[in-house]
Write a protein that binds this ligand. Structure first.
Ligand code: IMP
Ligand code: MG
Length: 169
């Protein structure tokens, strides 16, 4: 497998993101919402790099697509447990690809009327969008290649890798 981003490169970028987010949310009551399973590694690093306090919650979404692509039919298999009305919410996800998962989830959360609602993704495959979606914070923009590691999987494998690697087709 080809290494795309080493642990050292990832660590540096996560620190940069955390600096920007810490500044943007200074003095606010931040709730970080992770989307399982993919976001758990990134989110764990991100919140520990923040210089502001936060609370965390998680949702689990399933899309029942093929092995490498979401179907567009998104199902919430575990909802968040926090009341978000009037609160400041930062959704954290491993990757935005077609945009179907995040646009569905953000529409769902927006109906609960948070004060602010932003999205931080570790990776962005912009050229693959099927619906328009822009994350507020992006770790890295990548080309249309299937990547694993740092929480991202292929068939539930490789989430534990410290580097982000490309799976050869
Ligand atoms: P979207 O709904 O197409 O934006 O896809 C989002 C989900 O597809 C992510 O949360 C990942 O679970 C999965 N995904 C998309 N591209 C990749 C990849 O390159 N590696 C691993 N998972 C991916
Ligand atoms: Mg995912």
């Amino acid at each position: 497998m080809e290494v795309l981003f080493t642990k050292a490169v990832i660590d540096r970028r996560v620190e940069e993101l955390a600096d920007v987010i810490s500044r943007d949310y200074q003095g606010q009551d931040l709730i970080v919402v992770g989307i399982l399973k993919g976001a758990f590694v990134f989110m764990a690093d991100l919140i520990r790099a923040l210089r502001i306090p936060c609370t965390v919650d998680f949702a689990r979404l399933a899309s029942y697509g093929s092995q490498t692509e979401s179907s567009g039919k998104i199902v919430v298999t575990k909802d968040i447990e926090t009341t978000i009305k009037g609160r400041d919410i930062l959704v954290v996800e491993d990757i935005v690809d077609t945009g179907l998962t995040l646009s569905f989830f953000i529409d769902m959360l927006r109906k609960r009327e948070p004060r602010t609602l932003r999205v931080c993704v570790f990776l962005d495959k912009r050229e693959r969008r099927k619906v328009p979606f822009e994350a507020d914070y992006v770790g890295f923009h990548i080309e249309d290649r299937f990547v694993v590691g740092y929480g991202l999987d292929f068939n539930e494998k490789f989430r534990f890798l410290r580097d982000v690697c490309v799976i050869e087709e």
